[in-house]
Design a protein around this ligand. Structure first.
Ligand SMILES: [Zn+2]
Ligand SMILES: [Zn+2]
Length: 351
């Protein structure tokens, strides 16, 4: 089979390697779609503390089961599945509390285990056992199902942001996740969605994709002031900072209403993780600041259900489909800012 093997930082090779064989508690899938994520780009350039090379990366995965270990129950050959890549242990303090995304022994598919930029991959035992392999509803395409993973992260974020009926929600950043957040905020009952984004390409894309009520370009106007105007001077009830920008995080604290919630959904670069803000804003505004990192298998199931019920329509986020041989081009494209979701279809050409 062909696989995209990362041998070292920026040393990615498409190679012929043997199809792995599942042990008695594992599953082998034929990968049909694996979307490129911002994390894949970072891993390609900088590596990752949980990745030991050589490694097959890729964690937004869907495929079809082709082999099932003899001790695996409830799965069968031919079944279409989406993979939740953050694998909890179900035994630690946080797992027992039901907060699997904070698992103390969290393992990642595409990090600790080989991921989806390959024609076939093994789903490890702990992932099979702990609910990371979800059946794809019949009316969903494999490509859409691969996007259940980023959508699961958005769902986790909006649970923590407590977005509800009547809220005015500001999304900062219209990358793929910012776009999902805009749609999801509507599903959760937001009455007004405001987008703050610098890129014209992304703003125009978001207008078609998620129809925000207001768009603001912070290089052309004062975003804080504009949001105050749009909210009768109160500030927005909920703010999701869906970009990796400290300045955006700082400004978000001036845009939020009293008792509102700001979510630092995007992490900051490791070498500049500090921000500066007027702490009296928090003191007098009594607002909350929360962060979000990843998701739990349960969020992936929710994501598949939302998509299957037609309550969200995210397949238009896929702007590029490429064969595995073009994985490197795909990473460059995803990085260029001229693409939204780039999906690798590892078995497309072999049929
Ligand atoms: Zn991802
Ligand atoms: Zn755990």
């Amino acid at each position: 089979m062909k696989a995209g093997v990362l041998y070292a930082i920026e040393d990615l090779r498409i190679q012929d390697i043997p199809v792995p064989s599942p042990s008695e508690n594992e599953i082998l899938i034929r990968v049909e779609a694996c979307a490129i994520c911002g994390t894949d780009i970072r891993v390609y350039h900088y590596g990752h503390k949980h990745i030991r090379f050589p490694r097959i990366t890729g964690h937004e995965i869907s495929g079809e089961i082709v082999e099932v270990g003899i001790k695996v129950e409830n799965y069968k050959i031919g079944q279409r599945v989406a993979v939740a890549p953050a694998v909890p242990c179900e035994e630690c303090y946080y797992c027992r509390k039901g907060i699997q995304s904070m698992c103390l022994n969290l393992k990642g598919i595409g990090y600790h285990f080989d991921g989806g930029f390959t024609q076939f991959m093994i789903i490890p035992e702990v992932a099979v056992r702990n609910g990371c392999v979800n059946s794809i509803p019949d009316n969903l395409s494999l490509e859409e199902a691969a996007l259940a993973e980023p959508l699961a992260c958005a769902i986790n974020g909006q649970e923590l942001s407590k977005i509800g009926l009547g809220d005015t929600v500001v999304i900062i950043g219209a990358g793929p996740l910012g776009c999902m957040h805009m749609q999801l905020a509507r599903v959760k009952g937001a009455s007004k969605v405001i987008l703050v984004e610098l890129s014209l390409f992304r703003t125009n894309f978001a207008i078609d994709f998620a129809m925000p009520d207001v768009t603001i370009n912070p290089s052309k106007e004062n975003a804080v002031q504009r949001i105050k105007e749009e909210t009768n001077g109160r500030g927005a009830d909920r703010i999701i900072v869906a970009c990796s920008n400290g300045k955006a995080q700082e400004e978000s604290l001036e845009m939020v209403s009293p008792r509102g919630i700001v979510n630092f959904f995007g992490g900051l670069p490791k070498d500049s993780p500090y921000i500066k803000f007027n702490s009296n804003l928090v003191h007098y505004g009594e607002f909350y600041v929360v962060g979000t990192h990843g998701s739990a298998p349960y969020h992936n199931k929710l994501a598949l259900n939302l998509l299957s019920q037609g309550r969200m329509e995210i397949k238009d986020l896929i702007t590029h489909r490429l064969p595995l041989e073009k994985l490197k081009e795909g990473i460059n494209l995803a990085e260029s800012g001229e693409a939204m979701k780039v999906v690798i279809l590892p078995n497309e050409l072999s049929r």
